[in-house]
Design a protein around this ligand. Structure first.
Ligand SMILES: C[S@@+](CC[C@H](N)C(=O)[O-])C[C@H]1O[C@@H](n2cnc3c(N)ncnc32)[C@H](O)[C@@H]1O
Length: 256
């Protein structure tokens, strides 16, 4: 953490350092959170991907009738769900897209699944994949999040289908199609490549593909490296910018 702070010293002005100094003295956990937030923001800054405002993405996704409202769960985020801004942006994009079939990689407690469910129409089907309870796998990231014991947010609705498997062993049915996909399972290069290629194989043209953690490149995270490679291959991947005071490392691509 301190090494990272030193590395990015040039980005910090004296006011920021004063705030950190004060926090370290009066509230160490607050200082830790602030430093981590700075690291996350710097990762977005250095992500090597251009960003687009959420409002312009929404205008593109639904030119005639943008959503009038979105729904957020009262707990806002679950374990491993990222920031409130990201959960809100995911909800907005789902509401704007009005998908028929949603595919999600990485259910965990079901918080993002809940937001996808609450912000889509009653006829929308949601298929979400995660490891079975108690299973940990190698070659993935965040082993501490693997195989969660309960999914307290998971919507009890027959239109949501949970498939418990390692996504690297999942083969979609030949007839399966999706027009909205959220990728947030294993974050290694191998896992995100697998999940993206499987998503692209079932997505219809015009479908919206969204990745979580598109900027972080430590802790064996390879999403950023993979997305940079997708850019080099000609795919128009952009980070989603929510607002000047929010952390968002969602990335989005409209499938052609
Ligand atoms: C960051 S959590 C997902 C958080 C969730 N999308 C949310 O926002 O509430 C990542 C999940 O991916 C799962 N996971 C990791 N590697 C996986 C793999 N190879 N196959 C299936 N699931 C995997 C983990 O079990 C964990 O539950």
């Amino acid at each position: 953490m301190l090494w990272s702070l030193a590395k990015h010293w040039r980005h910090l002005n004296h006011t920021t350092l004063d705030i950190i100094d004060t926090l370290v003295r009066v509230e160490p956990q607050g200082a830790f959170d602030l430093l981590h937030l700075i690291e996350l923001l710097l990762a977005v800054h250095d992500a090597g991907l251009s960003s687009r405002p959420l409002s312009s993405l929404v205008a593109e996704v639904c030119a005639d009738s943008p959503p009038q409202s979105v729904v957020l769960h009262p707990r806002l985020t679950g374990l491993g769900s990222g920031s409130i801004g990201e959960m809100a942006a995911l909800s907005v994009l789902a509401a704007a897209k009005r998908p028929t079939s949603v595919l999600e990689f990485g259910t965990h407690e079901g918080c993002s699944t809940w937001h996808l469910w609450a912000n889509t129409r009653p006829q929308t089907r949601i298929t979400t994949l995660d490891l079975p309870t108690g299973m940990t796998v190698s070659g993935s990231s965040d082993v501490g999040l693997h195989g969660v014991g309960s999914r307290p947010f998971f919507p009890k609705d027959p239109r949501v289908r949970l498939i418990e498997t390692d996504t690297r062993h999942w083969t979609p049915d030949a007839s399966f199609e999706a027009d909205f996909c959220f990728i947030d399972a294993g974050h290694t290069y191998e896992c995100v490549k697998n999940d993206t290629e499987k998503a692209m194989s079932v997505m219809v043209p015009g479908g919206l593909l969204i990745w979580h953690d598109a900027a972080w490149s430590r802790d064996s995270y390879g999403v950023n490296a993979y997305l940079r490679d997708l850019r080099l291959a000609g795919h128009q991947v952009h980070l989603v910018r929510t607002g000047p005071y929010d952390y968002s490392a969602l990335a989005v691509l409209t499938v052609t």
